[in-house]
Design a protein around this ligand. Structure first.
Ligand SMILES: [Zn+2]
Length: 113
C-alpha cells in the first residue's frame, strides 16, 4: 500500500528529529496533505498509527490539514480550485497550472523533552 510506505518515511523523519532533540516522546505531529497528492487521509492516518507503534511517536496526536488544490491560468492569471490534475480556465479555456495541492509535508512536531 502506497500510504504505508509514505507513513514509514514520515515516521522515520519524525523519530530521527525527536531523537536528535533528545525527546522522550512525540506528542503531536502536524502534516499538510494536498487534495491532489494522491493520498487518502484516513488511510495515511491509520498507517501512521501503525508505523509509529513502539517508537517515540507511539500514540502521538496526528493533525492532518488538507490543502485545497489551486491552479493558476498562465494567460489571464485567474486562480481556480482544481478537482483534478487537468482543468481549464473558466474565463479563457487555457489549461491551469497547478500552484499547490500536491504537497505532503511535516509542518511541525511537538515533543516531551
Ligand atoms: Zn484564463
Amino acid at each position: 500500500m502506497h500510504e504505508m510506505s509514505l507513513a514509514q518515511s514520515i515516521m522515520e523523519l519524525v523519530t530521527a528529529e525527536a531523537e536528535a532533540a533528545g525527546a522522550r516522546r512525540v506528542n503531536r505531529i502536524e502534516l499538510e496533505v494536498g487534495t491532489l497528492a494522491g493520498v487518502m487521509v484516513d488511510s495515511l492516518r491509520f498507517c501512521l498509527e501503525a508505523a509509529g507503534r513502539e517508537t517515540v511517536a507511539a500514540g502521538a496526536e496526528l493533525a492532518i490539514h488538507e490543502i485545497a488544490a489551486i491552479g493558476r491560468c498562465p494567460v489571464c492569471g485567474a486562480m481556480e480550485s482544481m478537482a483534478g490534475l487537468i482543468a481549464s480556465c473558466p474565463r479563457c479555456g487555457q489549461y491551469l497550472v497547478l500552484e499547490n495541492g500536491r504537497e505532503l509535508r511535516v509542518v511541525s512536531i511537538t515533543v516531551d523533552e
